[in-house]
Write a protein that binds this ligand. Structure first.
Ligand SMILES: Cc1cc2nc3c(=O)[nH]c(=O)nc-3n(C[C@H](O)[C@H](O)[C@H](O)COP(=O)(O)O)c2cc1C
Length: 197
């Protein structure tokens, strides 16, 4: 079975989307994984970050360009991650992709919306979650397993939206610490990042 992965993140290999795709590759044993749009495929997995509650413009251009070039009936799966805590934030972008599928004569497979994507920045954490399937990433693990299972079976499934297994306040607290550290590294003070234009 040939599965094409499309990475719609402008951060390409440095981003969370690429990390999620690497995990998905491990979960599709026996499949031939191709990258990009060019090869014919049995299933297409489009992964991207949520941008302003929608699809990043670089990916939107690609979707329009390939609207008539894919084999009708190909199943399309979506793996969307976002910065806010709630995975449900991705529901609108997943609907947009579902509409594109219908217009392009493709078959909808399943959509996964992963909230709090930034906590996946540390790849070892992701690998650990894969092994122990416990802790804050347990729900992500289950969602990715569901996606892999449906791709392998060539079936469709219910869309799933996940949040990390940690309180929202803790995620925001951790996020603020990282933002301040990143600002400091770039020569900005806390006051400067709060400055209003
Ligand atoms: C221009 C821009 C717009 C974004 N808009 C949203 C948004 O509307 N909602 C949200 O939850 N996260 C938003 N994010 C955060 C990204 O979705 C998040 O950081 C994601 O994990 C990035 O994935 P990547 O590393 O694969 O690019 C935005 C990020 C950028 C750079």
């Amino acid at each position: 079975m040939r599965v094409a992965f499309v990475n719609g993140s402008p951060r390409k290999e440095q981003g969370i989307t690429a990390r999620l795709l690497r995990v998905m590759e491990e979960r599709l044993p026996g499949c031939e994984i191709t990258r990009g749009w060019e090869e014919p495929c049995d299933a297409l997995l489009i992964a991207f970050p949520l941008y302003v509650d929608g699809i990043p413009s670089n990916l939107l251009r690609e979707l329009i360009a390939h609207e008539h070039s894919l084999k009708p009936g190909t199943r399309v799966y979506a793996l969307v991650n976002n910065g806010f805590y709630e995975g449900e934030q991705n529901a609108g972008a997943i609907s947009m992709l579902r509409n594109w599928c219908e217009r392009a004569g493709l078959v909808w497979g399943q959509g996964i919306g992963v909230g709090a994507g930034e906590i996946l920045k540390r790849e070892p954490i992701m690998a650990m979650a894969t092994v122990v399937a416990r802790g804050p990433l347990k729900k992500y693990n289950a969602a990715l397993n569901s996606l892999a299972g449906h791709i392998l079976a060539g079936e469709g499934g219910e869309d799933i939206y996940t949040n990390p297994g940690m309180p929202r306040a803790m995620y925001i607290f951790g996020g603020n610490i990282s933002f301040r550290a990143a600002a400091k590294k770039n020569g900005l003070s806390k006051r400067e990042i709060k400055h209003r234009l």
